[in-house]
Every structure is written in structure tokens, then in C-alpha cells.
Ligand binder design. Structure first.
Ligand SMILES: Nc1nc2c(ncn2[C@@H]2O[C@H](COP(=O)(O)OP(=O)(O)OP(=O)(O)O)[C@@H](O)[C@H]2O)c(=O)[nH]1
Ligand SMILES: [Mg+2]
Length: 462
């Protein structure tokens, strides 16, 4: 049996060990708590790609009695390499050393050590005892600085001490780490023991492939749900005109509810793709994604610019081809250059309730048909697409250690949508799909959907 890379996450109580484990293993089920002593037993959390385990991380309790443990280690020097084993045999049933034994067990079984420290606090004699114990185990080990605050006064002295005790030192913030930070840390693990390099290289490659698969699944979900949103409509038949007003209002809210349901299903699917299961709050309240699909703010922030809309309009109206492109280019710059295209064209098109307003048609054999949707605004597909896209961005970079009840976004960090950055080529891909949905041409729908998927995979993976 080939043995997998295995790392024990070790440290002082409450330093963020379990948080690191959660973020590295993409598991938001790891128990994290502000009260020290949350973790009392070692527990394995595997990082998986599909069903395959890639790396094993072992969460451990914080040191309980490090100074006495170190003293024992020093007094038993003659046991040499067998010291960890003998320590556990001697103290296994002693409640005063329960956590110390528990955290050393995975080390005895061959795990590498990731020592976690919140370096925003000063170092004490207890910390040095912990580090010295780990050095005496002689296992490959890395120090991870998990800064809980911005305080940097003590950082230098930590780093100096780390260099004496560890093969490598990295900073990794369990709560803000994005995908690339994770990859970098995994890459860095190679350096702590050459013997692990092949297995870790393979592991990193598998993580990358797994990420790529997730990106593809996310892009597929976007295209699928975009089609549903674009097709979405509600209608009913009435015999007399008398009930029309009531029926209109009923259908308008039904339509909105139906669209909301499509988004909800989309969001569930995306959370599943990225193994985000326990996020208490789906979206920060100040996120544009928390807004209703038809709110003015959503339309201000998302969708196409005026310039792009003119192009998209021409593409949607005049068909796709070189001729249309040229024509669109001409129209666009002629008409809108003087107005000055700015992001937020959606706002000019936003007519609030009109976006979900019922239409009524007389039926030839008597009676009326009341219909809401599909939405005909040229901006609608892009606002919707942006909402899907931003949600994927949000979830795919979620650090699994984040378990706060309320998520706050810094307004200035909030990204504008994707579509407003598109040049003509990308716009063409997207409008082609929008058109195909309307045309109900299955072949064109399939092929334009594929093109849009590819485009999205490219941007999401960048
Ligand atoms: N601000 C901030 N808080 C963090 C960070 N990492 C962990 N915390 C918080 O620190 C507290 C302890 O985190 P845990 O991950 O449970 O720490 P632990 O080392 O496993 O703790 P024990 O199991 O009790 O030894 C929790 O309230 C976390 O939310 C971080 O990077 N930044
Ligand atoms: Mg813990």
C-alpha cells in the first residue's frame, strides 16, 4: 500500500489549528470555537479529489502541559528515537498529559508536523517548550503563522525562533485563504522533507485537476441555469376581463418567485461543487447578490455598459457574423461616444416593476391570456449571468474555516460583474447563446452553450 502524505496540525490551544485543518481539507464540519480546549482528541480530515484521498490532515488538541513534557523528554534522552513512543506509553492514562499524548500520537505514526501559531501575540516560555518538544521528535515540520490580528510587533522574534526549530515557515490565514493560497502552502510542504516530494507533487496535481473539474461543473451550472432563467415565464387564462388586475399581480409575483427558485437551486448546486455546506449566512447583506434580481442596485452594478449593450443589441437583432460586428462597432461608437459609456447602463434601463410586468392578449376564441416573462430586456441575461458568476467567485474562494454568523464585505472589494469587462468577441459568444435560447434550435443551443461554457471556464480558472 502506498502511504499518503499525512500532517498533524499541532500547537497551543485556541491558535487556529482546527481552522487551518478546515481550510486545508475543505471541510466546514471541523469543530472550531472561540473557547480554548475545543479539540480534545486527534481526528483525521482527508483532503479528497472526488472519492480519492490526497492528503490526510490530523487535527489535534492544544498542548496541555508542555513544560513538564519537555522536562520528561530531556530526562529521557537515552530513549533517543523511541522517546515519543515511551512518553505516550508512560503518560497515556495520565489526565494531566492527555492532550500532549493525543497530539503526539499521529507524530509517532509518521505524520509531518504543521505547528500553528498566532504570531500577533508575544512569545512565552510555554511556546518555546512546545517548539522544543517538536524539534526533539525529529519529524519534518513547518511553522504556520496564522495571524488573528494585524499586530506585527512580535512577528520578527517569532520568525527568528522558528528558524531554529523548523524546516520551513509560512504565513497562512485560515480565514481569508483563497484557492491559490492553499496551493502555495501545499507546494511549500514539499520543502520540509525531500522524501515526500513525489507524493506531494502528485497531490498538488490532483488538487489542481479537481479544481479544474469544479470550475467546469460550475460553468456548466451557470449555462444551464441561465437558460432556465431566460425561458422562465408564467401564464394563465381568464374567461372575463374582470379578474385581470388580480391575476396580473399574482403572476408577477409567481414569476419572481420562479426566478428566485432557479437561483436558489443554482446556489445549492454551486455550494455542493465547492463543498461549502455549513455557511450560516449565504451572502453578506451588503453584497449586490443579496439584492433582489430586479432591484435598481443590482442593475446598476451588474450587466453590460451602454457601449456593450449597443453591440449586444445589434448582435441579437442582426444576427451573428462579420457584417453584424462591423455594423455594431459603427453604431456603438457613433451613438454612445458622446454620452460617455459608463458602468451602470443597467440603471438607465431599469424600470423597476416593468421588468416583471404582465402582458395580456385576447384569444381568438374568446377569453384572455395573461403572461409574465420571458424577460425581454437585453440587459436581463447579463445581469442574471453576472449574479451567477459572482456567486461562483464568492463560494469557490470561501475559506472553510469561516464560520461567523454574519459575513461582512468591504464595499470597495466588491467586484463588479463579469460581463461589463467583455470585449466584442466574448459578447458575441454570450449573445449567441441568448439568441439560441430564444430560437429553440437544439443544435445551435448545444453548440453556443458549449462555447459559453468554455468562455466561463477560462475566466473562472484565471
Ligand atoms: N480573526 C481570526 N480568527 C481566527 C483565525 N483562525 C482562527 N480564528 C479564531 O480563533 C478561535 C480558535 O480557532 P480554532 O481553529 O478552534 O483553534 P484551535 O487551535 O483548534 O483551538 P483548540 O482546539 O481549542 O486548541 C476561533 O474563534 C476561530 O474563529 C484567523 O485567521 N483570524
Ligand atoms: Mg481545535
Amino acid at each position: 500500500m502506498k502511504s499518503l502524505p499525512r500532517f498533524a496540525i499541532i500547537g497551543h490551544p485556541n491558535e487556529g489549528k482546527s481552522s487551518i485543518v478546515a481550510t486545508l481539507s475543505l471541510n466546514d464540519g471541523v469543530a472550531i470555537s472561540a473557547t480554548p480546549g475545543e479539540t480534545i482528541q486527534q481526528q483525521r480530515f482527508d483532503l479528497k479529489a472526488g472519492e480519492q484521498t490526497i492528503i490526510e490532515f490530523v487535527d489535534t488538541p492544544g498542548f496541555q502541559n508542555p513544560q513538564a513534557t519537555l522536562q520528561w523528554f530531556r530526562e529521557n534522552e537515552e530513549a533517543g528515537d523511541g522517546r515519543v513512543k515511551r512518553f505516550i506509553e508512560t503518560h497515556g492514562d495520565d489526565p494531566d498529559f492527555h492532550h500532549d499524548c493525543e497530539l503526539l500520537r499521529p507524530v509517532l505514526e509518521g505524520a509531518g508536523i504543521l505547528y500553528v501559531v498566532d504570531a500577533s501575540r508575544p512569545m512565552t516560555a510555554v511556546d518555546t517548550a512546545e517548539m522544543e518538544i517538536l524539534r526533539l521528535t525529529a519529524r519534518p515540520r513547518m511553522a504556520i503563522i496564522n495571524p488573528k490580528s494585524n499586530e506585527s510587533r512580535f512577528l520578527q522574534s517569532w520568525k527568528t525562533t522558528f528558524r531554529q526549530h523548523f524546516n520551513s515557515v509560512r504565513t497562512f490565514n485560515a480565514q481569508t485563504a483563497r484557492y491559490l493560497d492553499r496551493i502555495e502552502l501545499l507546494e511549500a510542504l514539499k520543502s520540509i522533507d525531500q522524501d515526500w516530494e513525489p507524493a506531494l507533487s502528485e497531490a498538488v496535481e490532483l488538487v489542481r485537476m479537481d479544481r479544474q473539474r469544479s470550475t467546469e461543473r460550475a460553468a456548466e451550472a451557470i449555462v444551464e441555469h441561465l437558460e432556465q432563467s431566460l425561458r422562465c415565464s408564467c401564464s394563465s387564462f381568464l374567461e372575463h376581463e374582470s379578474g385581470v388586475e388580480l391575476e396580473k399581480r399574482k403572476l408577477e409575483s409567481e414569476y419572481r418567485a420562479k426566478l428566485a427558485k432557479i437561483e436558489k437551486r443554482f446556489r445549492e448546486q454551486i455550494r455542493d461543487v465547492y463543498s461549502v455546506r455549513k455557511v450560516a449566512v449565504e451572502l453578506p447583506e451588503n453584497s449586490v447578490l443579496a439584492e433582489d434580481l430586479f432591484s435598481e442596485r443590482a442593475w446598476q452594478a451588474l450587466g453590460l455598459t451602454q457601449k456593450q449593450l449597443a453591440i449586444a443589441g445589434a448582435l441579437l437583432g442582426a444576427g451573428i457574423g462579420v457584417g453584424a460586428d462591423l455594423a455594431a462597432g459603427g453604431i456603438t461608437f457613433g451613438v454612445f461616444a458622446s454620452i460617455g459609456a459608463a458602468i451602470g447602463a443597467g440603471s438607465a434601463l431599469w424600470k423597476g416593476k416593468d421588468l416583471a410586468r404582465a402582458k395580456i392578449s385576447q384569444l381568438p376564441l374568446g377569453g384572455l391570456k395573461v403572461t409574465v416573462g420571458p424577460n425581454v430586456s437585453e440587459q436581463f441575461p447579463f445581469v442574471q449571468l453576472d449574479r451567477y458568476f459572482l456567486y461562483v467567485e464568492f463560494v469557490s474562494n470561501w475559506a472553510h474555516a469561516r464560520q461567523e454568523a454574519e459575513v461582512h464585505l468591504v464595499e470597495s472589494n466588491e467586484k463588479a460583474g463579469l460581463s461589463s469587462t467583455w470585449e466584442q468577441g466574448d459578447l458575441k459568444v454570450a449573445t449567441r447563446f441568448v439568441k439560441a435560447v430564444k430560437s429553440r434550435n437544439a443544435e445551435e443551443l448545444e453548440s453556443s452553450g458549449r462555447a459559453l461554457r468554455q468562455l466561463l471556464v477560462g475566466v473562472l480558472g484565471a
